[in-house]
Unconditional design. Structure first.
Length: 377
């Protein structure tokens, strides 16, 4: 972790568990202005790790017979997804990103459209939306209005936050309460998490770090976005948690304590999905599979929001767990063609992940290295 800090990340904090033993630590600062240090127990915006919580909530409703995985979403949400699209896209396709519905983020943040090729891309939208209150239906409409990224049910998926906002609306429809309330009662509380929840305002409650966004060199020096209205991402990426809570959650999920074994098996049926950074990941129903050479198969999720990155992975046998938080995002600068360039932080993070997942001596292959080091927004 000191290496990650030295490479340029202001603060990094983590918890690693191995066969009943727990290690936690932190390196660097939570505030570059005051020098306040980061601590292992800080709360953090965990981004798309939220998707596993949402997927688990949907699977609970599948177990109760209120949702059918292979039923068309239009049968549940005819106003949101009308017509042929609503008939072709199933709940499963939303969960594993094979719906063909594109991500709404470039339309909610229009100054980011066309990255990296457009020369006038800027951070203006990040500041414009800091306190904006989005409605889920408004964001979903943006995604549905954009050109499809594939045919529903294709052999490969395309990662899209729109899918998980639709799943939030599905939960609301079948449970009669908000998705956030349902997930809190039936996933977060069931797992015994004490420091995890959906934010009720733009500020994080409890001890936390500032969260610095560089936007590939467009923001110099990186700007603090820890105060932000998270309605722009909702049931896709809005959760706040701690690294201890994330390890506890994934441990209980993979042990069949949040959903039953049959549901877990469905969640672990993976296919290739193109992530927002262009890499290909093995994705199930809200779970990301990472196979590390000489170390085993891990399940979990990663995520980013403005200024905050998280990686949480648990080995298939449940005995080895890693959750890591960093308070700087999109640190890579761009070349003359606009493409992000390799940075020392990339290597330092990979070294941290290798040691946390496998101890220092176990190698990771090239393909695995890219999987583990790529945060999925």
């Amino acid at each position: 972790m000191d290496g990650v800090h030295r490479a340029g990340v202001p603060g990094v904090y983590a918890e690693v568990r191995d066969a009943g033993r727990t290690w936690s630590g932190a390196s660097g600062v939570a505030d570059v202005r005051t020098g306040r240090p980061v601590t292992p127990d800080m709360r953090h915006r965990v981004g798309s790790v939220t998707k596993t919580f949402t997927a688990a909530a949907v699977m609970q409703q599948v177990e109760q017979g209120r949702i059918r995985l292979d039923a068309p979403i239009g049968g549940y949400l005819p106003r949101l997804v009308p017509g042929e699209r609503g008939k072709k896209i199933t709940v499963r396709m939303l969960l594993n990103h094979t719906s063909g519905i594109p991500d709404y983020i470039p339309y909610a943040f229009p100054s980011l459209q066309g990255f990296p090729s457009r020369p006038d891309v800027s951070a203006k939208s990040l500041d414009d939306n800091r306190f904006r209150q989005f409605r889920p239906a408004e964001l979903i409409e943006m995604g549905l209005a954009a050109p499809p990224v594939g045919e529903p049910g294709g052999p490969e998926g395309v990662y899209s936050n729109t899918n998980y906002l639709l799943l939030g609306q599905l939960l609301e429809q079948v449970t009669g309460t908000t998705a956030e309330e349902y997930i809190t009662r039936n996933v977060i509380e069931r797992a015994g998490l004490r420091h995890t929840g959906f934010p009720t305002g733009p500020r994080i409650e409890g001890p936390h770090s500032r969260m610095y966004e560089a936007l590939y060199g467009l923001i110099d020096a990186p700007r603090d976005y820890s105060v932000y209205n998270m309605s722009w991402t909702g049931t896709g990426a809005a959760l706040v948690s701690t690294m201890e809570d994330l390890n506890r959650f994934y441990g209980k999920l993979l042990d069949g304590k949040i959903v039953n074994r049959s549901s877990l098996a469905q969640m672990q049926r993976t296919l290739p999905v193109r992530a927002l950074d262009g890499s290909t990941i093995e994705y199930g129903l809200g779970l990301h599979k990472v196979t590390v050479q000489g170390c085993g198969t891990f399940w979990g999720h990663d995520g980013t929001v403005w200024g905050a990155g998280t990686m949480s992975l648990t080995r298939a046998d449940g005995k080895r767990q890693m959750s890591v938080a960093i308070n700087l995002q999109r640190w890579n600068t761009r070349d003359s063609s606009g493409m992000p360039q390799h940075h020392a932080i990339d290597d330092a993070l990979l070294a941290l992940y290798r040691q946390a997942m496998c101890d220092s001596g176990s190698p990771a292959g090239t393909e695995t290295a890219s999987q583990v080091s790529a945060f999925v927004p």
